[in-house]
Design a protein around this ligand. Structure first.
Ligand SMILES: [Zn+2]
Length: 823
């Protein structure tokens, strides 16, 4: 938001509806001239907090949000001690008073911070008791010098491997903080204080060396401020400066292109802004956002293309985002709202919470996967590299795998639920996110008030608030207007109350509230199209905060796991290769039909068949749009796209309800600008086998017609014998019908320039199959091993059913082939 706009809006105040005795004004950010009398907010010299987190337990979610938390409690996250080896209590380093034992790293604290909060928010005694066991383990591990937690983390980092790795403890502190909010257990403040004193004794050289702890030290910083606001101890501000000095530089640059680092660390300069008071740091966070999302975030769903790391050339909607990154980004938004109060972060948070995060897990929250992509046509366990960066299974739903996400996903819904309502500096309350809930808090002159929210938002445009209070109490009630809403409607006690609020502002109703008062907000949800120019000019369909995706028939196929905790692959049972038919001359309401269905009886709207709103749209199939040989959806090509297929009516459902989905659609055109969809690449034209192929590579690369630009081209699929080194190896084509051949061309892979272990082979030769026997091809010319070109080898004509390249690898090196052509 521009400074000018803030100034302008801040001055828009008017009294209205005098009969209601309400002063109604509009503001982009709650003013920070006062300090909230009842809840802990930033203490001087930190910048004042425009929005203040309420202690855990103040907000009781209802409706679909409560249902997510209940499903999570019953699902793999609520029972992860049965599933994860990292949470086996016997001999666990996080339970030992001396910190000795197994699993000392991030997994336990990752899980515990969301697991405990899940219990506190739901008031679920089983979870609270289970979390307590681990909290006691952590509290009991305090050492005389201030250190706590697994002893293995005290060393192992830095050049000499003697510096501590503080990252796991950063996460553990988050678990302790909400436990403290819930119990006021003084041991938490003591532990944190002594631990931070110990951090202050470390030399800068041994403090936060690479990698994860240096990247993510903004988390340590936030916990230092949390403690400062509760104790006022001056040394904490010194420590904060030391953390800022030693952490990775997220202020001047994007310090890492790892997807979770980005989602978690782009906020770090804004965290430090609270101490520096220099807006430069606040702006650095927005600059990080603009830099990452401006390039890699040109897709629906609110996240960016980062299927492990952001990679040049991988910008489209088939790229994925890690589940860890979705929950970390939601947390970043929740923190930034408290730091700066800019409601842009509320819109960005809802985008991810409603569209990208829910399908990271199965609808029963009993399985999860690593990567969610806006376009995903099949979730099998097969390798998708190099289209997706990591080799191996990234897509199938499984509660046993995806080590980090499996534990870290736990805080997504609990933290979101805790953030629905926040306190304001003027002793008011702010509705920051909308979901059915009940909030109880102290307001005004210290009286307690309860506000019940009834709504099925984001599946409904109306939000009904009901006030309960023993005695009338005057306080300002802040109501967020979402960024997509142009004309909010406000009714107080049934009476229309005129209000002129721009998107992304708060309507503030400052009045004497009494028991039984009611308030109704309507945020009319209009259909909108967003075009993603960088992603093939594709289009997505939005309505309110929800993006809608093509409904694809889903077939779940059991894949591994146990009977109690099974894994599943998901295969499409209906066509998905559609382009939307859009007529720019007609209003959207005439082209798309919005249909509301009944609310699901089990309160879980994020399930394929259960979505309470569907949209009917017109579309044509694009026959050449296919999955590749690995089952990975082909990237969208440039729209408009020509199609001669008949127009069909298709169903769109909320993206968050679709486990298989098309969210960024090509669209159909006819004019001279319309393009033909090119036939699929990346498919093997000739079946091939080999003595060995690395799991992330494929023999399909040999004949996929996808030509490299140089021998270290990481943008095309490849075949390698990795990690075999110095051995004799072979790879062969098997022809369906015998073929007459007289030469080959081989493009060798060589990644030694970037530190890889594949180089051109020492030598190679060709043999062909004659009946059951392998024979040397006759009169073979020289077999070249030059880089960055095809090496042609000619031979006397043979007719054969199979042709084989035999290689001798160089000592200590492996080898690979990017393309193999035959003549
Ligand atoms: Zn993860």
């Amino acid at each position: 938001m521009t400074r000018l706009r803030i100034l302008f809006l801040a001055t828009v105040t008017w009294a209205s509806a005098t009969a209601l005795h309400a002063a109604i004004r509009v503001t982009p950010v709650p003013p920070t001239t006062a300090t909230n009398d009842f809840y802990v907010s930033n203490a001087r010299p930190l910048t004042p907090s425009p929005l203040i987190k309420l202690p855990i337990g103040s907000v009781k979610p209802e409706g679909w949000l409560r249902r997510q938390l209940e499903l999570q409690a019953d699902g793999f996250l609520g029972h992860l001690t049965e599933i994860s080896a990292f949470l086996k209590k016997d001999g666990n380093a996080w339970l030992a008073a001396n910190g000795e034992g197994h699993s000392p790293w991030e997994e336990l604290p990752y899980w515990l911070k969301g697991f405990g909060d899940n219990g506190y928010v739901l008031n679920d005694q089983r979870i609270i008791d289970e979390a307590k066991v681990w909290i006691e383990g952590i509290l009991g591990s305090r050492q005389a010098d201030g250190w706590f937690g697994p002893v293995a983390n005290r060393t192992g980092a830095g050049d000499n491997k003697k510096a501590p790795d503080l990252w796991p403890n950063m996460v553990a502190l988050n678990a302790l903080q909400t436990y403290y909010e819930y119990t006021s257990d003084p041991r938490v403040l003591e532990l944190m204080q002594e631990y931070f004193k110990w951090e202050l004794t470390l030399s800068d050289k041994d403090f936060l060396p690479p990698f994860w702890q240096q990247q993510r030290a903004g988390d340590n910083l936030a916990s230092v401020y949390w403690l400062y606001n509760r104790t006022g101890r001056e040394f904490l501000l010194q420590l904060a400066e030391k953390i800022q000095r030693n952490m990775a530089d997220w202020t001047e640059t994007v310090a890492s292109w790892h997807n979770v680092n980005i989602a978690q660390c782009f906020r770090a300069p804004a965290v430090y802004y609270q101490q520096s008071r220099d807006p430069y740091f606040l702006q650095a966070t927005e600059r990080n956002y603009a830099m990452v999302w401006g390039t890699y975030g040109q897709v629906p769903g609110g996240m960016f293309c980062g299927d492990e790391n952001c990679r040049r050339g991988y910008y489209g909607p088939r790229q994925g985002i890690e589940t860890c990154a979705s929950v970390e980004f939601m947390l970043s938004c929740e923190m930034l709202l408290q730091i700066a109060g800019d409601l842009t972060w509320a819109d960005r948070c809802e985008d991810v919470a409603f569209n990208t995060f829910p399908p990271a897990m199965t609808a029963d929250l009993k399985g999860l996967h690593y990567l969610v992509s806006p376009n995903q046509c099949q979730l099998d366990s097969g390798n998708k590299a190099p289209g997706i960066q990591n080799g191996g299974d990234m897509f199938s739903y499984d509660p046993h795998s995806y080590r980090c996400c499996q534990h870290n996903a736990s805080h997504g819904w609990p933290y979101f639920a805790e953030s629905l309502w926040m306190a304001t500096p003027d002793n008011g309350l702010a509705a920051v996110f909308y979901a059915a809930s009940e909030v109880t808090a102290k307001v005004g002159n210290g009286k307690q008030v309860t506000i019940q929210t009834k709504t099925q938002y984001p599946f409904e445009d109306t939000i009904r608030l009901a006030v309960s209070a023993d005695r009338p109490v005057k306080f300002p009630l802040y109501l967020r207007v979402p960024g997509w809403c142009e004309k909010p409607v406000l009714r107080i006690n049934g009476k229309n109350t005129p209000v002129h609020a721009e998107p992304r502002t708060f309507i503030v109703v400052d009045r004497q509230w009494k028991d039984g008062d009611s308030l109704e907000l309507v945020f009319p949800m209009e259909l909108r199209l967003r075009y993603w120019i960088r992603s093939g000019n594709s289009v997505c369909v939005d309505r309110g905060p929800l993006t809608y995706s093509l409904q694809i028939g889903e077939k779940y196929v059991r894949e591994g796991g146990t009977d109690r905790w099974p894994g599943f692959e998901v295969y499409p049972t209906t066509a998905w290769n559609y382009g939307l038919v859009i007529d720019p001359t007609k209003p959207l309401a005439k082209q798309f039909e919005v249909r509301t269905k009944g609310w699901p009886a089990d309160d879980q709207p994020f399930a394929t068949g259960a979505a309470p709103i569907v949209i009917k749209a017109q579309a044509r199939k694009i026959p050449n749009w296919q999955a590749d040989a690995q089952g990975l959806i082909a990237e969208v090509q440039s729209s408009p796209v020509r199609s001669e297929e008949p127009v069909e009516t298709v169903t769109l459902i909320p993206m968050g309800a679709a486990r298989l989905r098309i969210s960024a659609f090509p669209w159909i055109g006819e004019g001279p600008n319309a393009t033909e969809w090119r036939a699929p690449r990346g498919r093997a034209r000739i079946p091939a086998t080999a003595s060995h192929c690395w799991e992330s590579d494929t023999t399909a690369a040999l004949s996929d017609g996808d030509l490299p630009t140089h021998s270290n081209d990481q943008g095309v699929a490849r075949f390698t014998w990795w990690p075999h080194k110095g051995t004799k190896e072979w790879v062969q084509y098997d022809f369906k019908e015998p073929r007459t051949l007289r030469g080959v061309e081989v493009y060798w892979f060589d990644d030694t320039a970037t530190g890889g272990g594949c180089r051109t082979p020492q030598s190679w030769t060709l043999r062909y199959k004659d009946g059951d026997q392998w024979k040397d091809v006759p009169t073979l010319s020289a077999c070249g091993v030059e880089k960055d070109k095809f090496n042609r080898a000619a031979f006397g004509e043979v007719k054969t059913s199979a042709l084989r390249i035999e290689v001798q690898l160089q000592p200590d090196c492996s080898a690979g082939i990017l393309e193999w052509r035959i003549e």
